[in-house]
Design a protein around this ligand. Sequence first.
Ligand code: AMP
Ligand code: MG
Length: 396
Amino acid sequence: MSALLPVEQAQERLLALRAPLSSENIALSESLGRYLSNDVVAERDQPAAPLSAMDGYAIRFDDVPGPWTITGEVAAGAAPDRAVGAGEAMRIFTGAMLPAGADTVVVQEDVSAGGHHLMLTGDGPGARGRHIRDRAADFGVGARLLAAGSRLTAGAIATAAMGGAGQLAVGARPHVAIATTGDELVQPGRALAPGQIPDSNGVMLAAMLAGETAAPILPHHIRDDRATLAKILNELARRHDVIVTVGGASVGDHDHVRGALEDAGGRLDFWRIAMRPGKPLIAGTIGDAVLLGLPGNPSSAFVTATLFLLPLVRHLAGARDPRPAVHKAPLATPLAAGGTRRDYLRARLEDGRLTPLVGQESGMTLPLASANALLIREIGAPARDAGAIADYLVIA
Ligand code: AMP
Ligand code: MG
């Protein structure tokens, strides 16, 4: 029997099975959660000219404390039609261009205006340049705003827009097929005969992928029959970039994923990982499609999907850094010593401290409902006291 593969090596081999998909141009409004194919570089200065940051009057600081003669007005979106001379002020609004000659804005709360006459009634601007947004204070033309391979968040999309972009080149969305296997599985909500259980993993994986860039996904259900499984895997491989099966990955008489992968003309790359839960994980290819075979126990499926399926989908979608980030926090309770596989304990992070949940058996579903972290315990780690610093992954 082959040795168990460390998690990092398995992740590396999985991502090496297929290069990222090609890139496509899409509108900013469609780009949330996608991964940039190129750096985004500013095509303009922001602001392109000095702007007022407040509603008030554009003046020359040397003229403080006034009084001033109001000579005109400039609103956001307009170019000033005149300059500000000595003793002059122009009414100005937030986001409006500063007229030539002016170097300061006095806020409207600090002055009193009557006709063309303006008087200081408050403290005034205090220093030259107050309430002015300098040209290129946000960013200058040519600045690298966003990095290739980064994920587009709402803030990143706003920045790309302000930089002058209307479209972005992003990695294509991977087509992912979910296939659940097992004669005991019944669609959630349907009546159950003795021995049957709801297929919870299908909807769970679809939900996990919904937060990713994967194109719309419908779970398929396949009976524990090697020939049927091989035929369906073969069909799915033609139309998808990734096939994720769940169940049937182990060594039981009814575990057919490895056999069916072979029968479908596929190639096994590795299986069996040094982790708990999730040891029997299968990775291979059928044509260009990557097959990822997750174990069926609900907690195993959840943990392996977090560590392998989501990184694979992100990698294909163009992510520079597709693996979940490892964070550190103190333990809220003592933690027993580690074993021969790395543990990913379903845990809660609350008030900055980690508590492993009750019910770490891989067949448990309920702890998945409240877990917000996977607490990592290394192979052979010594027992730890409360307060010791531990590694964890954030789960959504
Ligand atoms: P398997 O990996 O097929 O040996 O399944 C391991 C355990 O997970 C068994 O108790 C199965 O009934 C259960 N299981 C397999 N697939 C699913 C699924 N889609 N939803 C919920 N439980 C499952
Ligand atoms: Mg099964």
